[in-house]
Write a protein that binds this ligand. Structure first.
Ligand code: CP
Length: 315
């Protein structure tokens, strides 16, 4: 594996899922692989799980880790080419990425969507500029349009908990007052569309995701209908793609409750976290045995380790 930016960088999903499960069984089996290798974790946005799980995975593989919060620990970075840098950004990504690439064997970057300019966000400017100028492999720690390490952890979790070969998986929009990116939902669609599953995406009208991510998933505007017989309910809020970055509704009837979970076939509830309790999903659901959110977050370590192992093997 050279870079890990999206599903397209994966050679074989089942092998990668198995690598994650192997790492979970034996975390230190490949400790020599990362010896004397350094990963730089570059954050433009906050994180709990991604930061800790990727650091832990790198350490399990024997790597050194350098972490940096852009704009707090470092200078603010200009991304656009040919600009007159007379604003608040003191350094251009051309130099910054190239310098980071001299200190690190792998660079991992988190940079969320701005949600103001769809064309700009969907061009993945930050990730592509780091890829262009760092001169070393780049790993996506959640970009404007995707969160592939999360999606791999989700696939590992579904593999562990599925009770039938072809489970019914439902991605449901959840209410939220703040505009949030589409990245987790996009990525979940992209990855689940490559698994053997009955896949349904449900959301209010106006929240359709970009067609290239929805693919062949069935879209329903009726959440109750979508939940019927489901094995997995994956909750996530996202802002509108069509009316880009806008909150069109906060309809509380889309919150996942135990009554909604009763429509499923003893389905499991998943969410990437962080989650706002009793706004997106009730305490009763999150605190029930049907919730997999902690197992899912724990699997972020094994998802990151499987990917880092693949990238290290390609160095
Ligand atoms: N799910 C996830 O990426 O969590 P963090 O934003 O805390 O890293």
């Amino acid at each position: 594996m050279t870079n890990f930016l999206a599903y397209d960088d994966v050679t074989d999903l089942n092998t990668l899922i198995q690598e994650g499960l192997n790492a979970k069984q034996n975390p230190f089996a490949d400790q020599s692989l990362g010896h004397n290798k350094t990963i730089g974790l570059i954050f433009f946005n906050s994180s709990l799980r991604t930061r800790m799980s990727t650091q832990k995975a790198a350490q399990n593989l024997g790597m050194n880790v350098i972490m940096m919060n852009v704009g707090q620990d470092s200078w603010g970075l200009e991304m656009e080419e040919g600009t007159v840098m007379d604003g608040d950004k003191a350094e251009h990504v051309k130099e910054a990425a190239a310098v980071v690439g001299k200190y690190c064997d792998i660079v991992a970057v988190r940079a969320f969507a701005g949600l103001k300019d769809r064309e700009q966000d969907y061009r993945e400017v930050v990730m592509n500029q780091f890829k262009k100028y760092a001169g070393v492999p780049i790993i996506n720690l959640e970009s404007a349009t995707r969160h592939p390490l999360q999606s791999l952890a989700d696939c590992i979790t579904i593999e562990e908990f599925k009770v039938r070969k072809r489970p019914k998986i439902v991605l449901t929009w959840l209410p939220h007052f703040k505009p949030l990116p589409q990245a987790v939902a996009n990525s979940f669609c992209e990855w689940i569309n490559h698994t053997d599953a009955e896949f349904v995406v449900t959301h209010p009208e106006g929240y359709d995701l970009a067609p290239e991510f929805v693919g062949n998933a069935r879209v329903s505007y009726n959440q109750d209908e979508a939940f019927e017989g489901a094995d997995f309910i994956y909750g996530k809020n996202w802002s509108s793609y069509q009316q880009y970055g806008q909150v069109l509704t906060q309809d509380a009837s889309w919150m996942v409750t135990m009554d909604k979970m009763k429509l499923t076939d003893n389905g499991k509830f998943m969410h990437c976290l962080p989650v706002r309790r009793n706004m997106k999903v009730t305490d009763e659901v999150l605190d029930s045995p049907q919730s997999l959110v902690i197992e899912q977050a724990a699997n972020r370590e094994w998802s990151a380790q499987a990917v880092l192992k693949g990238v290290l093997q390609g160095l």
